[in-house]
Design a protein around this ligand. Structure first.
Ligand SMILES: Cc1cc2nc3c(=O)[nH]c(=O)nc-3n(C[C@H](O)[C@H](O)[C@H](O)COP(=O)(O)O)c2cc1C
Length: 411
């Protein structure tokens, strides 16, 4: 048995070593996973306009590098509320990860921790708040979806606090489940409910099927018993959407701000007026996101939403950005437009799907190495220095003024 394990580990490391960028890891994930699972991870809502534009925005915004700075040792350290991350990179919350690899949540969290990066556990994770806190001693953040039952929300927040999560990330762009048409066609659910097509697809992906059989079908561990049996046949997005409170408003968030004494972040921000109001009510960090193009199709790319928000806040509070980050240079571009750090979802999940913890770590290491190289080639010695690197748009638009969200209040 241990010989078999050694051979399998050697094959896995050889497979990962051939992946030199995130796109390579995505291809490995695509080969390993059944179509329904891969498309659940990879896909977006409706016509996938926002999904594509998230990438296009990074391609539209180019840099104008500087020279003659000492960039022999680029410093990427990023302070977060009394801790220091080794790079301006955060793991975005993701539900249903164990569809991709056994214990994928823990694998990703361990990979992040080993590189000194914060990890965000989703309400819809397939590992519970407590099991994660026992398994991983790193900077753990907890992401809350506001469920209809506010007493249940309070319990989740209480559990996160008791387990030592110091940061609460409230996701507010999921007032309903996005219309993900690939998932509707594929009929993917959690727990897995297999139809003939999916069984055949599983047989065609034996390594994945074997892992699933051994590990058991993933469950939403934090909300067991809450989601209800009546929704067993719904797709994942529909099931989650059905459970959320679409009446949640500013007063509800103000109450949460009063109750939660740790860092409070709001995820899903795209509009400067919302950003301004959130800053006024004492939210600590804003997390610009369109859920990776999985919710409102037609929502502005996060990178395009960033300059107006950064201008409006004038460096008043730290901004995190996600949606579409696939390269280290993307992190630098987001920084020049005002982000303190970026979060990654699919980039690290492709890695985990390709090779568990080693694959997730490989994905993060690729992004960190690419960022270090981009900083050198752009003449940026320290993260947080005003880079003023943004080049004018190619089509003659004036460049957005660069505003870096200084985090002088890092707690
Ligand atoms: C498989 C998957 C599951 C996700 N689940 C959640 C979730 O439970 N909570 C949440 O706030 N966002 C969730 N997201 C959105 C991510 O947190 C993040 O906003 C998005 O993935 C960023 O885009 P990117 O994948 O292009 O990096 C999920 C994304 C993916 C790909």
């Amino acid at each position: 048995m241990s010989l078999l394990r050694t051979v399998m580990d050697a094959r896995l490391h050889a497979r990962l070593a051939r992946a030199i960028n995130i796109a390579d890891l995505r291809l490995i994930a695509q080969k390993r996973l059944p179509k329904a699972v891969f498309e659940f991870i990879d896909g977006g809502a409706e016509d996938e306009i926002t999904l594509r534009d998230n990438r296009a925005a990074f391609e539209r915004n180019l840099l104008r590098p500087r020279i003659l700075n000492d960039v022999s040792q680029p410093d990427m350290q990023t302070p977060w509320h009394g801790r220091v991350a080794q790079a301006p990179l955060v793991i975005a919350p993701m539900g249903s990860c164990m569809l991709a690899w056994p214990q994928a949540d823990i694998a990703i969290a361990k990979a992040a921790t080993s590189l000194g990066l914060p990890y965000t556990l989703s309400t819809m994770s397939t590992t519970s708040i407590e099991v994660m806190a026992d398994a991983v001693q790193g900077d753990l953040w907890f992401q809350l979806y506001v469920l209809k039952d506010h007493a249940f929300n309070d319990q989740l927040v209480q559990r996160a606090h008791a387990a030592g999560y110091g940061t609460l990330v409230v996701t507010l762009d999921l007032q309903a489940g996005g219309k993900r048409e690939r998932d509707l066609r594929n009929g993917i659910t959690v727990p897995l409910r297999l139809n003939v097509r999916q069984v055949l697809d599983g047989i065609a992906h034996p390594a994945w099927a074997w892992q699933m059989l051994r590990g058991g079908s993933p469950q939403f561990e934090n909300v067991k018993g809450y989601m209800g049996q009546q929704s067993a046949d719904l797709t994942i997005a529909a099931k989650v959407g059905q459970s959320l409170d679409s009446a949640y408003d500013w007063d509800d968030l103000a109450r949460l701000r009063d109750r939660w004494k740790g860092q409070l972040m709001v995820k899903g921000v795209a509009h400067p007026d919302d950003a301004w109001r959130l800053a006024q009510m004492g939210v600590d960090t804003l997390w610009l996101s369109n859920h990776g193009g999985r919710q409102l199709d037609g929502a502005v790319a996060s990178l395009d939403a960033l300059p107006a928000i950064a201008r409006r806040l004038g460096g008043k509070m730290p901004l995190i950005l996600d949606s579409g980050v696939r390269r280290g240079v993307d992190i630098l571009k987001a920084h020049t437009l005002g982000a303190k750090a970026v979060a990654v979802g699919r980039a690290v999940l492709y890695g985990a799907a390709a090779g568990g913890e080693a694959g997730a770590k490989h994905a993060l290491q690729i992004l960190i190495d690419e960022l270090r190289l981009s900083m050198k080639l752009s003449g940026l010695a320290r993260w947080g220095d005003d880079p003023a690197l943004l080049a004018p748009y190619r089509h003659g638009d004036p460049p957005a003024p660069a505003v870096v969200s200084g985090d002088s209040t890092s707690r």
